[in-house]
Design a protein. Sequence first.
Length: 110
Amino acid sequence: MREDKVLTLEDAVRKMTSLPAQTLRLKDRGLLKEGYWADVVVFDPSTVSDPATYEMPQQYATGVPFVFVNGTAVIDKGNHTGARPGKIIYGPGKNGGRQNRGETKGVGNL
């Protein structure tokens, strides 16, 4: 994408964040707004790349120093912190469009 200039950086980020959240009708996700779940990837657009190969598929991307899931650091200076703050999220079809009882809403500590 970067070399071929197929998409702008802004369009690429939108297609990976707010667009799928909107399409799947996932509330409180996909944008950096107060009250939304904070999933953030900090990357350097000039160096981000995927070094994985078929022989060595499980490698972290380069150029991604920080990843926050629900506001908790999962990758810090390129190293996994051991934190696993993610949770399963369901779209509106799970309960016929009704909100799950017992759902909690929160914002992580950024």
